[in-house]
Design a protein around this ligand. Sequence first.
Ligand code: MG
Length: 255
Amino acid sequence: MKKSLILLFLFATSAIFAQKTQVVAHRGYWDTPKNAQNSITALQKAQQIPVYGSEFDVNMTADGVMVVSHGPKLETIPDVQKATYKEVKQVRLKNGEKVPTLKQYLKQGKKGKIKLIFELKVHPAGEIENEAVRKSAEMVKKFNLSKDEVEFISFSLEACKQLAALMPGYMVQYLNGKIPPKELKEMGIMGLDYHYSNFVQHPEWVKEAHDLGMIVNVWTVNKEEMMQQMINLGVDYITTDNPELCIRLIESSSR
Ligand code: MG
């Protein structure tokens, strides 16, 4: 009995250490013909390649509709958060598609196997942000998307804290790269998704985070040299506009 437990432990730890860096497609896999960032097509394309997940940006319109768009500017609209959904609906993306609502986006997300990396954009603090957080959580629950299907990221520390509290067990990663892993964990946030320059400055944060049982994601790495540097550092995910290049690099790197 004891021996089998030891074997199981060794197997589990070696599996953890063998974990390779994985790829997140930034705003979907959009850099293909007849495509656009944050479009349903970009999500579908990401669902067809071996990525860990696909990232997308979520904003709430002035009349409370959750839409998938980076913002603040959206084609002819200066600020998507100040526009009504009726106005947003009239916009066409670069490939002619409509701006997806969060509902339409999650419906497509549910059909694929990859993780949906849900970025809730920064909204005005207080009532508006609270509403955006609440609606994000409600919509994910409505589609029965489990913690194995969705992860949240945000530049708003308050939104991260609220999402972590509202959605126990779901991975939440803070984006604004200045907080050491230990401090984030103390706030109940189990992941850091920082600009790569933060890990160039603080390479020790990767190991510190892993020792604390946290997940390390890095954005937005498009150059081969930096991808390699991040793979060598042992980050868990690399968020990139060039997912196929990153997949090839990971495959050819022996760790
Ligand atoms: Mg984003």
